[in-house]
Design a protein around this ligand. Sequence first.
Ligand code: AMP
Ligand code: MG
Length: 404
Amino acid sequence: MSSALIPIDKALDFLMSVAEENPDVITVALPQALGCVLADSQHAAFDVPDFDNSAMDGYAINTADIPESGVTLDVSQTIAAGHVGSPLKSGTAARIFTGGKIPQGADAVVIQENTRAENGQVTILGIPAKGENIRLQGHDIEKGSEVLTRGHQLRAQDLGMLASLGIASVSVKRPLRVAIINTGDEVIAPGQPLGPGQIYDSNSFTLEGLLTGMGMQVIKKGIVEDSLASTEVALKSAASDADCIISTGGVSVGDEDHVRQAVENLGELGLWKLAIKPGKPFSYGRVAGVPFFGLPGNPVAVFVTFSMLVRPYLLKIQGCRTLAPPSLQIKSGFSLASANSRLEFVRVRLQTNAKGEQVLEAFGNQGSSIMTSLSWADGLAEIPLGETVALDQYLKFIPFNGLL
Ligand code: AMP
Ligand code: MG
């Protein structure tokens, strides 16, 4: 193993130490807040629910009126959701529907399946417990309690919960603007005919999708030819528009790799050889003060280095509390006899084995240019550096849907 290779943890620690939270805050209406990061913790201004109400369709009664099963009561009123009844007359029942406000004097709701109704009366077939089928005021959210913490990235259910508190707009971190530059004389945009020796740009689409899924704004700077001048023009333009710049390709040490020189001319650059597979070449620096990531050109290496290093860095700048993607321990359905000198991210799919257990199956071709491996897979399995893999060994599995 080359001593020049940097372990991913070291690279991540360094990036975390230089990532500074962006202070910009905006106010957005709830529907637009999906994927945004809360700038302030949110508190309940009132109890939810705000009043005791029925959890079921049935009859509101006072348990003191039902000493035994089979008691028959007059039905004195009907209370539908959104309507307020009158205090329950002693010795009577109120017909009540789910969400209806419990009338004063009632202390339980008997579900209609446990009753027999006829001629304006109801017979209670069973002895109800005090409080049965009553959703008490504040049993979901108590007035004044913190419901969401600053730095939380809002999901659909969070918007619903905020709405239940009457909150129509929230203060969130301004979504970061991230510029994407794709280098390569061979790279052209899809939609045009492919000439000899050319390939379609896939990296910008992968990155755009990942960034958009993270709630960020993407500025595509397009495909840049392999020349120092063009690379500098694109970088300068990106630095004036964006909070962070990501380039793909052109960062190795070939004669047509100009990214390194261009970034050094406009700022500073650290070129790293990471002890990960795929994704060995990786660079971080600044262009006119704006953070810059130079990712490899190979599509799988782009996906892996972005997900493992750029993603947590951007989330920290965005003010997110949770930076690491969720992971699970899942049994391996494959084996690897030879150990790797780099930590390997294997593209895997969840499968059910003959014993009915969920196991990880690996894609056949794990090359760093094999885009189909990513589309086929459900996530990445982490194979620690220097380790072999035996069948049924537990591996760390990082599902793709946790990377958005
Ligand atoms: P490079 O680092 O520029 O030498 O690129 C490494 C490999 O990635 C080459 O085979 C490139 O053709 C390929 N590549 C570079 N940029 C892209 C892109 N935007 N989309 C797909 N493949 C790319
Ligand atoms: Mg290139």
